[in-house]
Design a protein. Structure first.
Length: 276
């Protein structure tokens, strides 16, 4: 009996679920929101460095900034599922209720990423203290971060979560069975947790590259978008995993790979103040 070779799962096209006009409006709205989030993130990055640790931010301010960053990076790849859910909402509600339900959906999605942001804040605080005490430790922290990210690209959790994110029609059928109480919030949070499971490895490379490194964020956002929406997304995940293993080997010997784990030299004003 011949063996059957299974092809990588293809993402369901949202265009088969919504009229073209509604689809264009949905994509445009999501793109505008993401663009605004990118502008806010880039503006904030100019006032902040890429030193180890939490950059002097209190937890609430960090989480607010983190949610803005996730809005910029993740909203474009969320589009197929969001537009699929819009179709379900449009069939069952009218008027202002739709806007409320959509807000709950997006809020639930970002709530899942905010929860992951708590873990990121703890990791940044720990690495900041370690690098302050042992500056050379940053090289090995960076290597471990790249290594973990590479392993995650090949792990079963990545495979399961990526398959979920690439199948919005299947999700719609599953979410239709959720109980009515806070349904849209729970649907958004549920899908957000799958996105966290799919992308957490890529996000931790921001620790060595710098949490406020806009170029790194843009590159990761492009990878996430292609993984979820491009036909060859699963193959791209493996290629990125190999690249991350290479970076893990190079990190201890290449300082340019670790801008987020290097202590900046004190400015002239700071040195003068210390001298006084």
């Amino acid at each position: 009996m011949p063996h059957l070779r299974l092809a990588p799962p293809e993402p369901t096209r949202p265009g088969v679920l919504l009229p073209r006009r509604d689809l264009a409006v949905g994509w445009t709205l999501l793109a505008l929101i993401a663009a605004l989030a990118w502008v806010l993130t880039a503006a904030q990055s100019r006032d902040m460095g890429m030193e180890p640790g939490t950059m002097g931010l209190a937890l609430p301010i960090f989480l607010l900034l983190w949610v803005v960053m996730m809005t910029a990076m993740m909203l474009p790849s969320l589009a197929p599922v969001a537009l699929t859910w819009v179709q379900a909402i449009n069939r069952s509600t009218v008027g202002g209720v739709r806007a409320l339900r959509l807000t709950e959906f997006v809020g639930g999605y970002l709530l899942a990423w905010a929860g992951f942001g708590l873990l990121v804040y703890g990791a940044l605080a720990a690495t900041g203290h370690l690098v302050d005490a042992h500056p050379e430790a940053g090289r090995w922290i960076g290597a471990v971060a790249f290594l973990l990210a590479g392993v995650q690209q090949f792990g079963p959790l990545k495979r399961v979560c990526l398959r979920h994110c690439r199948s919005p029609m299947f999700q719609l059928l599953r979410y239709a069975r959720f109980r009515p109480w806070a349904k849209d919030l729970r649907v958004g949070a549920h899908h957000g947790l799958y996105c966290v499971g799919c992308c957490w490895g890529l996000m931790i490379v921001l620790i060595p590259l710098g949490v406020m490194n806009v170029a790194a964020m843009a590159g990761l956002a492009a990878v996430i978008f292609l993984e979820k929406l491009w036909r060859g997304g699963p193959w791209l995940s493996w290629a990125v995993g190999v690249a991350l293993f290479v970076l893990a080997v190079l990190a201890p010997f290449q300082d340019w790979l670790l801008p987020g784990l290097q202590m900046s030299d004190p400015s002239m004003d700071q040195m003068a103040a210390l001298a006084l």
